[in-house]
Design a protein around this ligand. Sequence first.
Ligand code: NAP
Length: 317
Amino acid sequence: MATEGQRVVLITGCSSGIGMGIAVRLARDENQRYYVIATMRDLKRKDKLVEAAGDAYGRTLSLLTLDVCSDESVKQCVDSVKDRHIDILINNAGVGLVGPVEGLSMEDMANVFETNFYGAVRMIKEVMPDMKRRRSGHILVISSVMGLQGVAFNDVYSASKFAIEGFCESLAVQLLKFNVTLSMIEPGPVHTEFEMRMIEDVSKKEFAGTDAETLHHFRTCYLTGAVNIFQALGQTPKDIAKVTQKVIESPRPPFRNLTNPLYTPIVALKYADDTGSLSVHTFYHMLYNLGGVMNVSVGLMKCLSCGCIRKRTISPI
Ligand SMILES: NC(=O)c1ccc[n+]([C@@H]2O[C@H](COP(=O)([O-])OP(=O)(O)OC[C@H]3O[C@@H](n4cnc5c(N)ncnc54)[C@H](OP(=O)(O)O)[C@@H]3O)[C@@H](O)[C@H]2O)c1
């Protein structure tokens, strides 16, 4: 149970990836400022988290079952928290979906919205009234760069993240009146099961109903580029956990938080031209015409961002 002065943090989707990374980082805070309730759909998947948490498990970390797609599960979970008191809610649970729209089932698309959009809304709806009453609280959503800029063949995933961005941008204003803060964390690619599942899914799916030309574009232009981008620019769950903790501890937490500075210019493109043509045409060239150049540039960007060249250039000796 949380001790006095500890902030109670509830995180969704902690069986792997970013959710697990955030849970472990906050639970292992050396000043024990957080009491983390790490939740997951199926507690049989808890072992990796428990191992990574080490002696924090049972002390500053406890586990609860929670499926963000079920009203009953969400209510039961929140009701089982002492006095329903949650200081910080981190909406992390999410699923991906890639592929040509014609080849995806409406059921798969609905599942993406049910988890990424309605799942977060369901959580916020359950926790927010208590925060408003107490006039204190912080809600975070693990969104994505794709919630700010659409990416080809990620149409539905991107739409689900745009939806949650729009929802939160609206709600943040109202919540300020109650001293409740809302923050979005917007990672680019991150090495997690998400990425592995995407590659596995794509190799199994036939995308029936998709014409051969589109399928060829998807497999040769998009997939090859996506794998290279993940390899070159991918962050780790630890990187995202570090940014998340910084946001939580900021005296005035920003609403938007891109975790990967290499993506700032991509997002800036759409604001540089209010007709939208600049970003549509730039992405078109990146996808269809600049495959080879892109791969080299991605490697170069990675190299430049690691800082070794800069350090060598400004060395006084
Ligand atoms: N990886 C990336 O490149 C990336 C980039 C930007 C944003 N994000 C976002 O980061 C978040 C975490 O993703 P990740 O990369 O850490 O992927 P991940 O390793 O696949 O983790 C996703 C987590 O969500 C859980 N989940 C799925 N459906 C759920 C449901 N109905 N109820 C409760 N939990 C559910 C999964 O649990 P199960 O074990 O039960 O399936 C898993 O623990 C997602 O919102 C994703 O959109 C990821």
